[in-house]
Design a protein around this ligand. Sequence first.
Ligand code: PA5
Length: 426
Amino acid sequence: MTIQLTYSGNFEDISSTSFQEKLTQIRENLHQKVGAGSDFLGWHDWPSNMTDAFLNEMKETAQKIKSTSDVLIVIGIGGSYLGSKAVMEALSSYFKASSGVEVIFAGHHVSGEYLANLMEYVNDKEVSINVISKSGTTTEPALAFRFLQTYMEKRYGVDAASRIYVTTDAQKGSLLHLATEKGYQRFEVPANVGGRYSVFTAVGLLPIAAAGYDIQELMRGAKNAEAFYGTADFSNNTAMQYAAARNFLYNKGYEVEILATFDAKLSFVQEWWKQLFGESEGKEGKGVFPASVSYTTDLHSLGQYIQDGRRFLFETFLNVQKVQTDLTVFEAENNGDELNYLAGLSLQEFNKVGYEATSKAHLDGGVPQLALTIEKLDEYHIGELLYFFMISCAYSAYLLDINPFDQPGVEDYKTNIFKLLKKPGY
Ligand code: PA5
C-alpha cells in the first residue's frame, strides 16, 4: 500500500486545473534539475541512483563499528542528526536494545552537563564516534567533537583514529581538514544534497546501519517513493495532492499545520518533518508554520487550544495502520477502575477510536484536516514516508515561489553569537 491521503475539505478545490498545471511544471523542473536551488537537487533521484557498492560500504563500516563498539556517539545537528534519529526512534523497541550498537547523539545542543554525563556513561563501554557536518564548520557539533575527540585520544591513544568516522563535504570545511590530518575514515555529504534532505546519504545510513536496521529495505522504500510520488499524474500522486492541500489551506488563512500522531514512536519523524518544512518554506515572510502533537498525551495539553483557540490551524494526522505488538483489555473480577466496558478492545483499537473522536471534535471546532496513512513502521515504509515528505516539501515550497533548499535565516543568530564571542573576522 502506498501512502493514503484523506482530506476533510472539498477535493475538487485541490484538484483544480491551476494546481495541476503548477505542480506538473514543478515536477518537470525537478526532473530537469532547473529552478531556484536546483544545485541542491541531488536527493531527488538519489534512491534510484544508489549503487550496491555504496550500500555495502555502509554495511561493512557499520559491521566494523558493531564489532568494536558498544556505543556509537553520533555528533551532528539539524539535518545531520534528525533523519537518523527519526528512523531509529520509529523502528526501535521502546525499551529493548536494538541488534546493533547503542547510538547516542551529541552536538545537537550545547550542554557541558550532557557531555560530561555522556563521557561518564561510556567510560566502561567501547566507543566509536561518527561526527557529521556537511559544512564542517557548525559550532555546536564542532564544540562537542573538541571534547569527545580529546576524550577518545586520552582513552585509546593512537587507536582513537580508527574509532572516529567523519561524514562531511569532500572539498571544504575545518572538519575535512581535521579528518585528513588525523587520518579518520571519511564519508561524503554530496555537495548537491542539503542537510535536511540527506537522510539517505551516509549522513543517515551509517548510523542507522550501525544501530542494526536494514538500510537496503529503507532504500527500497525510498526508491519506490521516488517513482510513486514523482509521477506526473496528479490524481495518483499523493505528494502533489498533499502539497496542493497545504497551499490551498494556507491561502485561506490556515497558516499553522499541526502534524498529529497516535504513535509515540513517530515523535522524531515529527521533529524531522518540522525541520524539513520549517527550514525549507519559512522564508520571505511566507510559509506554513509546522508544529506537532503526540496523542493522546497532548489531548491533555494543546488539545484545548486546537479545539477552541484561534482558528488559524489545520491538522494533518499521520496514522499507522498496523502495530507490531498490542494488548487487549481484559475483564477484571473487581471492576474497581470501571473499565470492564472496554474488555475485548485492543489498545490500538482504542487509539483508532481516539483518532475518530478527535478528528470529529477538531473538525467540529473548525480545524480543517488531512490524514496520511502508512501501513506499518518498518524500514520499507519509513523510507517511503521520508522521501514522500521530502518531495511534498519541494512541491509545496515551489507553490509558494520559495527556494526549498537554502536557509538564509539561520545565519543571523550565528553572526550575532560570533560577534558577541569576538570570533576572528566578525
Ligand atoms: O538542513 C540544513 O542544511 C541544516 O539544518 C543543517 O543540517 C544544519 O545546520 C547542520 O549543518 P552542518 O551539517 O553543516 O553542520
